[in-house]
Structure formats: structure tokens, C-alpha cells
Ligand binder design. Structure first.
Ligand code: AR6
Length: 167
């Protein structure tokens, strides 16, 4: 898998990513941060489909259509709340792995991730990037070829990801 760290609003990555990942919450009914941006960009039909999914547990992943966005799918995952999750590193690891698995099940070649849990859910960026690195390193892809890590809008977070993923 090619892994690229990019400074990019994930809602504007366009069709180079077959799927974009949403850092959602258990209700899948929208919110702030990247979740809010994705719902605004995809349009109100996204919320209608999300309401049929019966929520999502931390570490799990569920796919919807992408509606007004140019991607084929949105893969919604729920990261750990750093200060209350019983095992935040395992939950975060599961988020990345389950999104990758779902993308492969859908036959996708490319997927874009935001930095899951490092905003409202309070996961320290330096710890989160290690988990992200480990998960992407451990995963054995089937159809997936390109992974984009969309780090935005915080430049410091970008530097941390660039440092961790430099070859
Ligand atoms: N593109 C890429 N990354 C972004 C964008 C964007 N458009 N907007 C923000 N980020 P957060 P969480 C970064 O809070 O910590 C929501 O209310 C942001 O700077 O979006 O998993 C949900 O509904 C940060 O580095 O997600 C949940 O309730 C990263 O994305 C809760 O927040 C993740 O920040 C989930 O919290």
C-alpha cells in the first residue's frame, strides 16, 4: 500500500479517494469537527441513511453512500474518547483496521483517513500517530492500493504525521 500524508480538507480530496473516513460518534447523527464538515458537504441524505444504521460502536466501521461528495463511499468509524475508553489504543487500532477491511470488502483501491479521535475525543496526537502507523503497517490489503492521511487544519499535527511516516 502507498501511504501519503497530505495537508488536505478530507471533504475536498475528490475522486482520488474511493472512500473517505468519518470520525463520527456512536449515534452516527452528525456532530462537529470532521463529522460536521462531511455531513455539510455530503448533504442531508447522508443523515437519512445514517439513521438506518443503528449507530456504531467505538472501533467499528460502517459504510454509506457519499451523496454530494465525489467519493464512492463514506466509511464511518467511532474513535475512543481518550479519557473514558477502557482501552483507547486498542479501540483506535480497531478503527483503522476495520475501515481498511470494509474498504477491501467493497473492492476499493483508495481510502482517505482523518486523524481519528485527536480532536473532540482528546487523543494526544503523538500517541495517536503511533497507533495509526502500527495499524497501517500490520494490515494486509486485498484491493486497496492507496491510503491518504488527510491531516488538517493543524500544521503541528501535519508535522507529527510526516515525521512518523517518513521512509
Ligand atoms: N478534514 C480533515 N481533518 C479534519 C477536518 C477536515 N475537514 N476537520 C477537522 N479535522 P474531530 P474526534 C481534524 O473532533 O476527535 C465530532 O463532533 C481535526 O483537526 O473531528 O474523533 C463527532 O461527531 C482533528 O485533528 O474527531 C464526534 O462526536 C481530527 O480531524 C467527535 O467529534 C479529528 O477531530 C469525534 O471526535
Amino acid at each position: 500500500m502507498n501511504i501519503r500524508v497530505i495537508y488536505q480538507d478530507i471533504t475536498k480530496i475528490g475522486r482520488i479517494a474511493d472512500a473517505i473516513v468519518n470520525a463520527a460518534n456512536e449515534t452516527l447523527s452528525g456532530g462537529g469537527g470532521v463529522d460536521g464538515a462531511i455531513h455539510r458537504a455530503a448533504g442531508p441524505l447522508l443523515l437519512e441513511e445514517c439513521r438506518t444504521l443503528n449507530g456504531c460502536k467505538p472501533g467499528e466501521a460502517k459504510a454509506t453512500k457519499a451523496y454530494s461528495l465525489d467519493n464512492k463511499y463514506i466509511i464511518h468509524t467511532v474513535g475512543p474518547r481518550y479519557y473514558s475508553d477502557p482501552n483507547p489504543s486498542l479501540t483506535l487500532y480497531n478503527c483503522y483496521i476495520n475501515c481498511l477491511k470494509l474498504a477491501d470488502e467493497l473492492g476499493l483501491e483508495s481510502i482517505a483517513f482523518p486523524s481519528i479521535s485527536t480532536g473532540a475525543f482528546g487523543y494526544p496526537i503523538k500517541e495517536a500517530v503511533k497507533i495509526c502507523c502500527q495499524a497501517l503497517h500490520d494490515y494486509k490489503p486485498k484491493t486497496l492500493k492507496n491510503i491518504y492521511l488527510c491531516i488538517y487544519p493543524d500544521i503541528n499535527n501535519l508535522r507529527v504525521f510526516e515525521e512518523a511516516f517518513k521512509i
